[in-house]
Design a protein. Sequence first.
Lengths: 222, 268
Amino acid sequence: MYAFNFAPVFASFDQLLVGAWLTVHLSCAAMLLGLIVSIVCAWGKTAGPFPIRFVINAYIEIIRNTPFLIQIFFIFFGLPSLGLRFSPNSAALLALVINFGAYGTEIIRAGIESIQKGQIEAGTALGLSKLQIFRYVIMKPALRTVYPALTSQFIYLMLTSSVVSAISADDLAAAGNDLQSATFASFEVYIVITLMYLALSIGFSAIFAAVEKMAFKYPLSR
Amino acid sequence: MTINITRRVALALVGAGFIAATASMPAMAQTVESIKSAGTVKIGMLVDFPPFGIMNESNQPDGYDADVAKLLAKEFGVEVQIVPVTGPNRIPYLQSNQVDLLVASLGITEERAKSVDFSDPYAGISIGVFGAADVDMSKPEDLSGKTIGVARASTQDTAVTAIAPQDATIQRFDDDASAVQALLSGQVELIGVSNVVAAQIEAAAPGRFNQKLELTQQVQGIAVRKGSSELLEAVNAFLDKVKENGELSAIHEKWLGAPLPSFIADAN
């Protein structure tokens, strides 16, 4: 029977908290920036001219059909040969934003396409400007429709961020690996960081539920 | 009460007797004479420790250790029989007379010297800090403000962490390959690696990088059974000879891409 010994893990728990903080930091920043990228690309893909649509489609296909680990290696190890050098943490953020952007674009595009033409025409008839139509008539109901899909992609983004330890970014997974190699209590360390990731996921879900209540509480008349 | 000894019980008893006999058999001192009269020397080596011990394309043991083993057999004028062993079982193989010698990248440690007798070093691994040839540094304090890549939890991680000043940044990668990649792409200025990996870097990017600091050294010896002092002397005489005439250095050059380092060549 394996004898658990959590003492060395809790003795260095602050190390794990520092790692968890970076994971939260990285995830939140990547969610916000990724959402902006997604909205812009979704707009471009639904309303832009052909060259823009082509570029956005190429971006989505390349990102969605290659592994995240390779993307992050490409940014961290590959781009320096073109003179673009990022620190491990900024390379991690950039990779997460680019990765999320591709998935987010498709999700939001689906939302935009769910808006009926009549609704947009109603906006025009009311004398709203193009930007107002995009913001109030298209974007808000579109986001409301795809919100569940978007939040599960956000959670997935947070979990995927554990891969960034491969380029020596010091997130929760890296802190766990460091601690594991220092204490040899691998089972205990991985149990603790698993629970920490679980807690982060549940925490983010709770925040997303609160945001949904605040932002999309107007009634639907369908 | 009758004692009913079935065939199975009898067999088990005989088996147990055999195991007891083998286990209590003393490790016999080995002599050059007995090896020469056998006509074959049985040498244990690792086959999963490149470039020291590998299996080659024709599935034969090869590598630095194999070449040393063959050279030693040639010196004794006997056939070589290489017995693949593993890290944990190599000393038991020697102690239980299954091999005559170990040329198995066995690092010379006090702990192991209690179980086997070691020859002079025939190989070694050193760990050092490597960086671009034009970076000027010679002491640990020069690491100040620099970024150093290492493989997480490796010997080099421990060694670099121990000497690096507070304001040096240590970037821990999952393996040596990623750390090397970080050096080649300029993401880190320096890396901590073994001389084995350093030789691979030199092969990939000749002249771009060199060693800045040496951190630790681990020398490896040929091991014989405890008390085989006559055999040990013969092995040491062999090592002196091949160090002198450059044959060992040639093997080192072949497998590690550099001549025999002085910490091995000068150790006696």
